[in-house]
Design a protein around this ligand. Structure first.
Ligand code: BES
Ligand code: ZN
Ligand code: ZN
Length: 493
């Protein structure tokens, strides 16, 4: 799908469909010819169409426009027209028109489209175009695509152009992440993730280091290797690095760390069969840091940013790690593996230490599908945010707000350390029955070495259980946009 800014007046745009955004007071953007406008008012009066957000109505042969069809999209009150809503409305329009095989779709703004809205429109349209059916062989599915999205504005200013571009960069990066997460685990293995990282580095001029098993052993990444040992798939730790030409502060090195478990059987502490197939998305954290780097390489914030993705497969086998095994982490701390299903924190522990001690990371944010407990606590609406530093917390929440992604802070009080006691090692890898998302975070915090660090538990939000009018069901691509906004904000400090 290609997006283009144009200045053609709404009524003259040659397209399969023109999208009109319709508010509660029956007014529309763009303003429509009187006959068509009254037709919409009539439908609203008759209760056939409610101009509330995400409602749509298709009008055939609209009078006075060159487009074949008109898609009226509800938008609620005028004042509600913020980027978050624009992203959804643009998406809902695309997903309403795509099954109709409309090839060219036009949006038109006869009144000002600000930068935030232009970005959101481009982003929402591209995110809505994503599907999870790559491996379906029915050719008919491929016919349902939109080739061109035209966006008409009174004047194409450099600011609008840049914002429109940024929205596309964001969505393309996020869709890249969603594609990786959607792949089944027989096709998306640690070496495959490394291959993707290699392609990203080559295409976007990033520095790449892939630590393979011998190097991980030499370094002493015992926690990561313990998880990996049950699988025939070789583990790796991916390190992608972006260096700005002139950093705002040369002493800052932001590390984005993503859990890359390409399949999580639970290991010997095996998971129930029901729903186990979902554990292909246990590498969503890794996919999100890779996706974020694609956007960061293009948007060029004035801050050094690295992505670290520890990648393993957590399997059951003759060689698998046993409950009760004690491993030595890269930090030197020993961990008693009381439950082999709490594997994410083990691989992240070594990745955090590597980022800090071997690469000089000064600020760290990890994303991980870490616990079922966070899903119990927050459902599929908010991801859990755990953070040991107030300034970083404010930066992340501000970035998340701009990005339109939801995080809810959960506690990190030291009292929770009482739940993390091992008689035989420095730490156990699980707490007790309660507060599972918090004890997982406390475990990670022990490896952050008092650097400003945040942990995003995306177990409930990395995968959409239900499709939305503006998004396909499946991988959400969270938190790619927050990561990118955070890097941009760091570059402005
Ligand atoms: N990958 C899972 C967490 C998960 C659960 C992700 C549901 C997505 C949806 C993680 O490795 C895990 O199994 N965690 C255990 C920890 C427990 C053994 C302390 C869990 O949450 O049950
Ligand atoms: Zn697990
Ligand atoms: Zn897991």
């Amino acid at each position: 799908m290609e997006l283009k800014l144009i200045t053609t007046p709404a009524s003259e745009i040659q397209a399969d469909s023109l999208v009109a955004i319709c508010f509660k007071d029956n007014s529309t953007v763009p303003e429509l010819p009187a006959g068509t406008a009254s037709l919409i008012s009539e439908a609203i009066a008759a209760g056939e169409f409610d101009p509330k957000p995400l409602e749509t109505m298709l009008v055939h042969r609209p009078a006075g426009t060159a487009a074949r069809r008109l898609l009226v999209c509800g938008a609620g009150e005028h004042l509600d027209m913020k980027p978050v809503l624009m992203r959804k409305i643009a998406g809902a329009a695309i997903r309403a028109l795509k099954p109709l095989k409309h090839r060219t779709v036009a949006f038109a703004f006869d009144v000002g489209l600000d930068e935030g809205l232009a970005e959101a429109l481009a982003c929402g349209a591209l995110l809505a175009d994503f599907e999870t059916d790559r491996l379906k062989t029915d050719e008919k599915l491929r016919e349902k695509h939109i080739d061109t999205v035209l966006v008409s504005v009174p004047e194409i200013t450099p600011e609008i152009e840049a914002a429109f571009q940024k929205g596309q960069i964001m969505a393309t990066a996020q869709n890249f992440t969603r594609n990786l997460v959607n792949e089944p685990s027989n096709l998306m293995t640690p070496p495959k993730l490394a291959e993707h990282a290699r392609a990203i580095a080559a295409e976007h001029g990033l520095k790449l280091d892939i630590l393979d098993e011998p190097r991980l052993r030499q370094l002493g990444c015992g926690a990561l290797l313990g998880v990996a040992q049950g699988s025939i798939q070789p583990p790796c730790l991916i390190h992608l690095e972006y260096t700005p030409e002139t950093p705002a502060d040369a002493s800052v090195h932001l590390a984005l760390v993503g859990k890359g478990v390409t399949f999580d059987t639970g290991g010997v502490s095996i998971k129930p069969a029901d729903g186990m197939e979902k554990m292909k998305y246990d590498m969503a954290g890794a996919a999100s840091v890779l996706g974020a780097m694609i956007a960061i390489a293009q948007l060029k914030p004035a801050v050094r940013v690295s992505a670290f993705a520890p990648c393993v497969e957590n399997m059951v086998s003759n060689n698998a790690q046993r409950p009760g095994d004690i491993v030595r982490t890269l930090s030197g701390k020993t961990v008693e593996v009381l439950n082999t299903d709490a594997e994410g924190r083990l691989i992240l522990a070594d990745a955090l230490t590597y980022a800090i001690r071997h690469c000089g990371a000064t600020h760290l944010v990890d994303a991980a599908t870490l616990t079922g407990a966070v899903v119990v606590a927050l459902g599929h609406i908010h991801a859990g945010l755990f953070v040991n530093n107030d300034e970083l917390k404010e930066s992340i929440l501000a970035a998340a707000k701009t990005a339109g992604e939801n995080f809810w802070q959960l506690p990190l009080d030291d009292d929770y350390n009482d739940y993390l006691k091992s008689p035989a090692a420095d730490l156990p890898n699980i707490g007790g029955r309660w507060g599972g998302a918090v004890t997982a975070a406390k475990f990670l915090e022990a490896f952050a070495e008092s650097k400003p660090w945040a942990h995003l538990d995306i177990a409930g939000t990395a995968w959409l259980e239900e499709g939305k009018p503006f998004l396909a069901k499946g991988p959400s691509g969270l938190p790619v946009r927050t990561f990118v906004e955070l890097a941009l904000a760091f570059g402005r400090r």
